[in-house]
Design a protein around this ligand. Structure first.
Ligand code: PMP
Length: 364
């Protein structure tokens, strides 16, 4: 069988390892497995959301409201935009896919930082586009402008805060990049972890409303991280109506589930959950910083719900990740991103205690 030629140079996305795999491969009891690999919210989701999902289980037989009126209404009030400025996806991942399919043709190029969210590359390559990366893992304004001028890419991805590094780009710098780019290039500002950055330092806080005046910019957000709804797959894109109308042509009907829709609506009514979990998170991430300092390795100052530890040549990130896995602690090895480091999602106090004790034991 002959597959589409574009598939030849695409590597399958490697998601964080599931708990079930560790149970199967290492015979560890599921309750003893700690998963700190997929940047999920360790506090679950708002109890109001959980209750609403349970109460509505029998609605699983019904297709959702395909207009997603109520969820768009909630998001439009939250962000002071109109419903027509919003497109909802099965995770912001699906919105990224719509963007790629709506814009890219073979031999177009896309620009992103050296180390960033892997799906930008995968979706772009599916369309036959070429990947251009800046030299640094950080989003440096001068590097973005230089590479933009050299390659004139069709899409520029700004991931702030950035996954898997955890650093963020200030609003001022994001606007500098946007202002240097002409209107026939789309700028995607991916704010999957924005709630954490906004609460840490206002300089890094970007809202869709800050960007909506730009015809060629789309802001992406998600319920998967701070809202604790990764399993429900709800994300959104916010931009001017012309852009949203074009993206809508890519959208399959009923692209999020009836229960996901309901969960998103309830989550917007109980925003206090986000604040509470960020407060808990703030205490725990300090312990990760202190742990790195105590053991003498570097970390990247994090604006997200995870922290990236960077090792020198005496520590091998693959070796450490494998040893932790055998002990039932799942973290993310960054070797495939060309970094000798690991990304660890900040868990509950108990999960973090376990990580510290196992990591202390397996470090050389
Ligand atoms: N953007 C970034 C930067 C991410 O890290 C992720 C998930 N890991 C996504 C988008 C997609 O998230 P979701 O599809 O769950 O909304």
């Amino acid at each position: 069988m002959r597959f589409n030629d574009t598939l030849k140079n695409i590597k399958t996305y490697e998601a964080g390892k599931p708990i079930e795999l560790v149970v199967r491969e290492f015979g560890i009891d599921a309750k003893d497995v700690v998963k700190l690999a997929s940047n999920e919210n360790p506090n679950g989701c708002s109890p109001y959301v959980a209750k609403a999902i349970a109460k509505s289980a029998n609605k699983a037989s019904l297709y959702p409201d395909d207009s997603m009126y109520e969820l768009k209404d909630a998001l439009s009030s939250k962000f002071s935009v109109t419903r027509e400025n919003i497109i909802i996806g099965a995770g912001s991942d699906q919105v990224l896919e719509f963007i790629s399919r709506a814009l890219l043709m073979p031999n177009d190029s896309v620009l992103m930082s050296r180390v960033t969210f892997a799906m930008y590359e995968i979706y772009a390559k599916q369309m036959g586009a070429k990947i251009i990366r800046t030299p640094s893992y950080q989003h440096r304004v001068d590097e973005f402008i230089e590479e933009y001028n050299r390659h004139k890419p069709k899409i520029v991805y700004i991931c702030t805060p950035n996954n898997p590094t955890g650093d963020a780009t200030s609003k001022e710098d994001v606007l500098k990049i946007i202002n240097a780019i002409s209107e026939d290039t789309l700028v995607v500002v991916d704010g999957a972890y924005m709630e954490y950055a906004s609460s840490k330092d206002k300089k890094y806080s970007i809202t869709p409303n800050d960007l909506i005046e730009f015809e060629n910019v789309i802001y992406l957000g998600t319920f998967s991280k701070a809202y604790g709804l990764g399993g429900m797959r709800i994300g959104y894109g916010i931009a001017n109506t012309t852009l949203i109308n074009e993206l809508y042509k890519m959208r399959p009907p009923f692209n999020i589930t009836t229960l996901s829709l309901l969960a998103g609506i309830q989550a917007c009514k109980h925003e206090e959950f986000v604040e509470e979990s960020i407060t808990l998170h703030r205490e725990e991430i300090k312990r990760y910083e202190a742990f790195a300092q105590e053991l003498g390795f570097d970390y990247i100052d994090s604006y997200t719900n995870f922290i990236t530890y960077l090792f020198d040549e005496t520590i091998n990130s693959t070796d450490i990740s494998d040893k932790l896995l055998k002990e039932g602690v799942i973290i993310r090895n960054l070797a495939s991103y060309g970094m000798n480091g690991v990304r660890i999602t900040i868990g509950t106090k108990e999960q973090n205690d376990r990580l510290f004790s196992v990591l202390r034991r397996v470090l050389p």
